[in-house]
Design a protein around this ligand. Structure first.
Ligand SMILES: Cc1cc2nc3c(=O)[nH]c(=O)nc-3n(C[C@H](O)[C@H](O)[C@H](O)COP(=O)(O)OP(=O)(O)OC[C@H]3O[C@@H](n4cnc5c(N)ncnc54)[C@H](O)[C@@H]3O)c2cc1C
Length: 373
């Protein structure tokens, strides 16, 4: 079975990995670099039960458990570890007495107040997102998968337009029995090739800070109360490699066609560093070693689209994971591998994510023309 996976983000890599465990060496086609987009620039924060009560509950819980197993079986150190997670309020000058004050760890010596424990080491974890994505793909390649560089420009259909026959990479055709669209927000382009719903992209900035003193495994979700009343909600995730990830400032900017053309607004990154400095002297005095921005893929109802593309045999889609793609990649990869090889996903029910629940996009190409400059 020739399976072609379009996109080497965490979702494409996870599908390739679980297919490889079933003896299928898929070809993963990537336009730029493995994990060059959100999958390399996300927080890598994982939570067992934060999706409870939503259609993502079973997928998230299964994925959290799979992450623990993968950290053992992939035999690569990608910084997976359990963390404590706190919610806190912070302000440059404002009085935070109304938030009460739980005992704060020493490194949080700024004007901030922890007011709730959001997770313990039993329920929250983290990993380095780029290394995790690469570890999945490397393990798949060790079992027969292949990585091919190239820009996917179309899916060719046979049998009167009802069956995938090949994937177009530039001017080449790669024969395929099955093609999986996993191009994150760029999956919108595939709406010109296949009947799938619209996928959008929401842009956020993040920075990595290298600190002089090491920061404990404590992730923070911050409610930043500014003098103007403008709310900001930065997230702080200290990593096992000694760097501290901070994200939270969004931009309303259209998705560029080329993933390597995502721009970084330096003032947004400086603002993130300044916010981190309000929480902690160690963070404020640390060196910003990376400034970056990325787009998370999002569908109209903020849930992923995962399953068979209606009416086209051999066509599959797996994207739209929004702010939980790192968490939900393992369950998504396993479910998609089951669907492709056995015709049905067993590990989780994919019905809530069926592409046909949303209206078909008119044309991905037209959408991109409208949104990118
Ligand atoms: C700031 C931020 C923080 C986040 N933090 C977390 C977190 O802490 N925990 C969590 O669970 N999730 C988090 N997320 C969400 C998570 O990062 C995404 O849901 C996930 O990375 C999406 O993965 P993907 O594989 O679907 O897409 P992507 O990572 O976008 O990968 C798509 C790939 O397809 C490639 N591609 C595009 N077009 C083509 C083409 N024509 N041909 C070939 N290849 C192509 C791209 O180059 C790219 O490599 C965060 C997201 C953001 C933006």
């Amino acid at each position: 079975m020739n399976v072609v996976i379009c996109g080497a983000g965490v979702v494409g890599a996870a599908i390739a990995y679980f297919l490889s465990l079933r003896g299928i060496g898929a070809v993963v086609v990537e336009r730029r670099e493995v994990a060059c987009a959100a999958s390399g620039k996300s927080g890598g924060f994982l939570a067992l039960d934060w999706c409870d009560g939503t259609p993502l509950e079973a997928l998230a819980r299964k994925s959290f458990a799979l992450h623990a197993g993968l950290a053992e079986s992939l035999e690569t150190d990608y910084g997976y570890r359990r963390v404590e997670t706190f919610q806190l309020a912070a302000s440059r000058k404002g009085d935070l007495k109304r938030y009460g004050r739980m005992q704060s760890p020493d490194w949080l010596d700024g004007n901030c107040a922890i007011y709730s424990a959001l997770g313990s080491q039993a329920t929250t974890a983290q990993l380095h997102p780029e290394r995790f994505t690469r570890a999945l793909l490397d393990a798949a390649i060790a079992r027969g998968a292949k990585l091919r560089r190239g820009e996917i420009t179309g899916i060719e259909l046979g049998s009167g337009g009802t069956k995938v026959s090949s994937v177009r990479i530039g001017d080449d055709l790669l024969p395929a029995d099955a093609a999986v669209i996993a191009m994150g927000p760029w999956s919108v382009l595939a709406a010109a090739w296949l009947p799938i719903p619209l996928v959008g992209g929401l842009k956020s900035h993040s920075i990595l800070i290298r600190t002089a003193a090491s920061i404990p495994a404590q992730a923070l979700f911050v409610e930043f109360v500014s003098e103007t009343g403008h709310p900001t909600a930065p997230e702080v995730v200290p990593r096992a490699d000694g760097e501290v990830y901070v994200c939270g400032i969004s931009d309303q900017q259209p998705l560029p066609l080329d993933p390597s053309k995502v721009t970084v607004r330096k003032s947004a990154c400086n603002e993130l560093h300044a916010l981190a400095g309000v929480l902690s002297t160690v963070l404020g005095q640390g060196d910003v070693v990376r400034r970056q921005a990325c787009y998370r893929p999002i569908c109209a109802d903020a849930l992923p689209i995962m399953g068979k593309v209606p009416g086209v045999s051999g066509a599959y889609v797996a994207t739209g994971h929004n702010c939980w793609g790192m968490l939900n990649a393992p369950g998504s990869g396993l479910a998609m591998a089951e669907l492709i090889t056995e015709g049905k996903a067993k590990v989780v029910d994919l019905k809530p994510f069926a592409p046909e629940r949303l209206p078909r996009a008119r044309s991905g190409a037209a959408y991109m023309r409208h949104t990118s400059r």
